[in-house]
Design a protein around this ligand. Structure first.
Ligand code: ATP
Ligand code: MG
Length: 443
C-alpha cells in the first residue's frame, strides 16, 4: 500500500483538491458554475419535491462497496469497470473495495441483502450521492461527480418505465430547462438479444477494417459497445447497423410499444435511437438518455441515462425481480442552469446593518424575530463602516435592509429600505417584521 509522504511539519504545505474532484461553493461562477452551491440547493429542492410527488423513498447506501459487485453488475468489459473504477485493497488485505462508479449496483445489492424480494418486492427508491470514475480530463467530465437517481423494483409493466421517464421529465421541467431531447431504445432480453447480437456481430465483422482499434476489440467481446463509440469512422459504420428494436421478440416488442404509447399519453416527447446502448451491461429492454445541446462544443451531452434491468437482482442472488431506473448528472444539470439563468444571489429577506455598537443585542433580537417568522435574515456582525455593511447587503442581493443604531433604539423607529427600488419607509421596530412579511407577500 502507498505510504503518505509527509513534509517536515515546520514547512507550510499548500494542498490542493485532487484532479477532477471539485468543491461546491457559493462563490463559483463562469467555468466553475457547475459547482455553485446555490444552484445545487435549487436542484436538490426540485429533486426532493419531485420524488415526494411520485411517492419514492430516499435511500442511502455506502459509497464504498466490494469491487466485484460492480464487475458483476455493470460488467467487466465496460469502460466504467475496466478503465475508470477506483479500486483499492481493504486494510485487511482480504477484499478489493471500490468507490461506487454508479448507484444501481449498490441499490440492487441492498435490495437483495435485506431480503426485500420476499417482504415487499415493490420498492420505489431514490438517491443522491457522489460517484467516482477515473475519466480523462474533459469539460463536464469529472472524477467525482454527483448523481441523482431512482430505482423502481418489482414491477414488470411498461408503465414503470414510463413513470421513470416522467420523473426525469418533471425534474427538468420544474427546473425550467428546455431543449433537452429524450432518446429511446429497446435492447431486448435474453430471448431475443442473442440472435440480434449475432446479426450485429456479422455486420460489424464485414466492416472490421473501418473500425477503430478499440472497437475491433469490442466487436468480439461486447459488440453493443461498438454502437456507442464516438469515433467518426465507427459512427459511419454503425449508421447502417441493424437496429435492436427491429429484432425484438413479441413480448419485448409489446413492452416497447407500450412504453412509447405511455410516454406519448403523458406528453413526453422522444426520438428513437437504435445506437443508444448505455455504457453498462445490466440493461434489458428499455434504455434511454436525455441529451442537452447547450453544454457547448456543438456535441450533445447526456444529462441523464437509464432503463430497465430485469436480470440484475437475480444475478446478485435475489429472487426474480423486474426493475427500472435512471441516473442524472447533477453537475451537468447545474451547468445548464447557470447557462440558462445565471447564478442566483443569496437573497436574504432582511439585512440588518449596525449603526453603532450599542445596537448589537437589538439587531440579534430583530433577526431572531424575523427568522422565527420564517424569513431569512442576515446581520453584518462585523459592524464598523456603514458603507461597507450596506455594500455587503447589495452583494448578498438582500430584499430589504435596516440600520439599527443608538437613534433607532431611542426612538423605537427605523427605516426599512427596499434595495431594488431604494424606497425607504419609517417603521416602528416592534412592527418591523410584520411589515416586512406583509411587503414580501405583496410581490
Ligand atoms: P457519458 O456518455 O457522458 O460518458 P455515461 O453513459 O458514462 O455518460 P451514465 O453512467 O449513464 O453516464 O451516468 C448517468 C449520468 O451521469 C450521465 O448522463 C451524466 O450526466 C452523468 N455523468 C456520467 N459520468 C460523468 C462524469 N465523469 N462527470 C460528470 N457527470 C457524469
Ligand atoms: Mg461515461
Amino acid at each position: 500500500m502507498a505510504r503518505v509522504i509527509r513534509a517536515p511539519s515546520e514547512v507550510v504545505l499548500k494542498i490542493t483538491s485532487v484532479k477532477g474532484m471539485n468543491d461546491v461553493l457559493p462563490t463559483a461562477e463562469g467555468e466553475e458554475s457547475p459547482f455553485n452551491s446555490r444552484i445545487w440547493e435549487n436542484v436538490e429542492g426540485v429533486v426532493r419535491e419531485t420524488f415526494r410527488r411520485f411517492a419514492f423513498d430516499r435511500v442511502r447506501t455506502p459509497v464504498v462497496e466490494e469491487a466485484q459487485l460492480f464487475a458483476r453488475s455493470v460488467g467487466e468489459a465496460t469502460d466504467i469497470v475496466g478503465k475508470e473504477m477506483y479500486t483499492f485493497p481493504d486494510r485487511s488485505g482480504k477484499k478489493v473495495l471500490a468507490l461506487q462508479p454508479e448507484g444501481t449496483a449498490g441499490a440492487a445489492r441492498a435490495f437483495v441483502e435485506h431480503g426485500l424480494g420476499m417482504r415487499d418486492p415493490v420498492q420505489r427508491w431514490w438517491y443522491l450521492g457522489p460517484m467516482f470514475r477515473h475519466e480523462r480530463q474533459q469539460r463536464f467530465r469529472y472524477r467525482q461527480f454527483y448523481q441523482v437517481g431512482a430505482e423502481s423494483f418489482g414491477v414488470a409493466a411498461p408503465e414503470a418505465d414510463v413513470e421513470i421517464l416522467a420523473i426525469c421529465n418533471t425534474i427538468l421541467r420544474e427546473l425550467g430547462l428546455e431543449g433537452i431531447e429524450l432518446r429511446l431504445n429497446s435492447l431486448g432480453d435474453a430471448e431475443c438479444r442473442p440472435a440480434y447480437l449475432e446479426l450485429l456481430t456479422a455486420y460489424l465483422r464485414k466492416h472490421a477494417d473501418e473500425l477503430c482499434g478499440d472497437c475491433r476489440d469490442r466487436l468480439e467481446r461486447n459488440p453493443l459497445r461498438v454502437l456507442d463509440c464516438k469515433n467518426e469512422g465507427c459512427r459511419a459504420v454503425t449508421t447502417g447497423a441493424p437496429a435492436s428494436y427491429d429484432h425484438l421478440c413479441a413480448p419485448c416488442s409489446e413492452h416497447f410499444e407500450r412504453v412509447q404509447a405511455g410516454a406519448k399519453a403523458l406528453g413526453i416527447a422522444y426520438r428513437l435511437d437504435s445506437r443508444l446502448v448505455r455504457g453498462l451491461d445490466y440493461y434489458t429492454r428499455t434504455a434511454f438518455e436525455f441529451l442537452a445541446s447547450a453544454l457547448g462544443s456543438g456535441q450533445q451531452t447526456a444529462v441523464c441515462g437509464g432503463g430497465r434491468y430485469d436480470a440484475l437482482v437475480k444475478m446478485l442472488g435475489g429472487p426474480d425481480t423486474p426493475a427500472t431506473g435512471f441516473g442524472m448528472g447533477v453537475e451537468r444539470i447545474c451547468a445548464l442552469l447557470a447557462q440558462a439563468k445565471g447564478i442566483p444571489a443569496a437573497h436574504p429577506a432582511l439585512f440588518v446593518a449596525l449603526g453603532d455598537e450599542a445596537a448589537r443585542d437589538r439587531a440579534m433580537a430583530l433577526a431572531t424575530e424575523a427568522r422565527n417568522a420564517g424569513l431569512s435574515a442576515e446581520i453584518d456582525l462585523r459592524g464598523g463602516k456603514l458603507a461597507r455593511q450596506l455594500s455587503r447587503a447589495d452583494k448578498r442581493g438582500a430584499r430589504f435592509a435596516v440600520v439599527l443604531g443608538t437613534t433607532e433604539l431611542e426612538t423605537g423607529v427605523a427605516r426599512l429600505k427596499e434595495l431594488a427600488t431604494g424606497q425607504a419607509t419609517e417603521v416602528a421596530l416592534v412592527n418591523l417584521v410584520g411589515e416586512l412579511a406583509a411587503r414580501l407577500a405583496r410581490r
